[in-house]
Design a protein around this ligand. Sequence first.
Ligand SMILES: O=C(O)c1ccc[n+]([C@@H]2O[C@H](COP(=O)([O-])O)[C@@H](O)[C@H]2O)c1
Ligand SMILES: Cc1cc2nc[nH]c2cc1C
Length: 342
Amino acid sequence: MSVFAGPADFLAALSTLPVVDAGAIAAAAARQAQLTKPAGSLGRLEEIALFMAGWSGRAIPALDHLQGIVFAGNHGVAARGVSAYPPEVTAQMVGNFQQGGAAINALARACGAHLAIVPLDLHRPTQDMTQAPAMSEEECLDAINAGAAAVDPRADLLFVGEMGIGNTTPAAALCAHAFGGGGADWAGRGTGLDAPGVARKIAVVDEALALHGPDIRDTFEALRRLGGREIAAMAGAILAARLMRIPVLLDGFIACAAIAPIAVAAPGITAHCIAAHCSAEGGHARLLAHLGLDPLLHLAMRLGEGSGAAVAAQLVRSALAAHAEMATFAQAQVAGAQVAGA
Ligand SMILES: O=C(O)c1ccc[n+]([C@@H]2O[C@H](COP(=O)([O-])O)[C@@H](O)[C@H]2O)c1
Ligand SMILES: Cc1cc2nc[nH]c2cc1C
């Protein structure tokens, strides 16, 4: 069953986004204030605990069901020489994911995530976006719905990642359309392009923007014309998670670019999202700034697959362990602060 009946249904969801449970945040903050540590001394771990409280509606949130989803898609624009690797690597890596041998398999095991792999019509690449819209309306809607349907309603935290040779090019185009600038501002080295490759990629992004820019009237059209199946699927999954109040750890440049067109129409979309890391891809830091997100980690990673999010999930586990398991000043008979406001 489709989560979104049509583009209008998808767009309508953007104007009715659920918000956090302020009562649960207040209760979690009150608990943090009583734990045996100087006030605020766990820094962002405290923020994470409050964030999880707000979306779970519980003063002491659990992380019993961490879900990771990797969406995979192929891109017509890859034929323009915009990636250091050939397009067949997308399907080959999906095989590797399914065998458990990729980085994300190891990292998902390490953080205790249930990992789902969702290949999207790999035998049918999108259209080259410099020649035509990347997807038809039906193809884009199907991808958004595949993303939404992949979210496990039992999840208490979700991360989304992707695999798609060539996909930093549509990601750059989506960012430029959403936040301004051109190919030179948003195109980076991706899987490891050389300088002539990056120059080609910049030109390709600018061609796509020139062709489609004037016709893009809404979020759906941006995803359809400039995106790709795994990108639309991530947008659908992140939106569906919000509708179910499931918080999301965002991965790298492409995963964040998936919500760029949503953020233009509904800036509040990032409220249930934490940026796991800032990837080494050139445009990612700028994109995070436009989204108003402060990444947890700077590890110079640029793999995708949800890998940075899986690493950051360990921090969420740490934050929730401290929040749930620490003794209060009263329980441990430790004296509290003697200066007000400490
Ligand atoms: O997550 C990132 O920031 C990231 C940065 C650069 C590359 N990638 C991965 O590399 C692929 C896209 O790179 P490219 O050069 O083929 O456009 C795709 O499979 C992504 O998962 C991912
Ligand atoms: C080998 C390989 C693995 C990847 N994982 C995500 N993007 C990738 C790109 C390549 C080339």
